[in-house]
Design a protein around this ligand. Sequence first.
Ligand code: MN
Length: 192
Amino acid sequence: MKLDNYRKKRHFGATAEPEGATKLPKAKGKQLIFVVQKHSASHLHYDFRLEWRGVLLSWAVPKGPSLDPSVKRLAIPTEDHPLEYANFEGIIPQGEYGAGTVMVWDRGVWIPDDPDVDATLKKGELKFMLEGKKLKGAWVMIRARGGWSRSSDKPYWMLIKHRDAFASEEDITKTEPLSAISGRTLEQVAKG
Ligand code: MN
């Protein structure tokens, strides 16, 4: 099961995060969702997640997405998450994996340029459109190897905005800090 790593890290009696369906739904013919969750854990970061084959492929983006095509944002692969996670906004209790506050910072639909997503993931160059509340237009994720940490040979990725009408020098993590589903600040989410 693709969600084994996800479940191994969590105690579902202690955290309100979803455990995930045991049978993965078929995604055929329906739109693919994406979500960006602002996660105030030991370090603030943004979790970038793309629906594929019934789970959310996930990367941690320490600085969050940038609308500036000249800026490459480091994206570190993390475990696949259940689809239901796209609705999770709340608190992960102290002592649990990822303890801290999670906000749904943006959510919408993603459209891969090449419908053979497995092939483009393997190739390490994934081009797609985002139709979110905040993130729109053409984006690319490119895989690199090594580099960001000498102690790790795990591949990392770069999240980059393509040049189009939605490219901008605006720092969207600063200008659009609120939840895309509740309009709350991170502090308000943290207070429950
Ligand atoms: Mn996270």
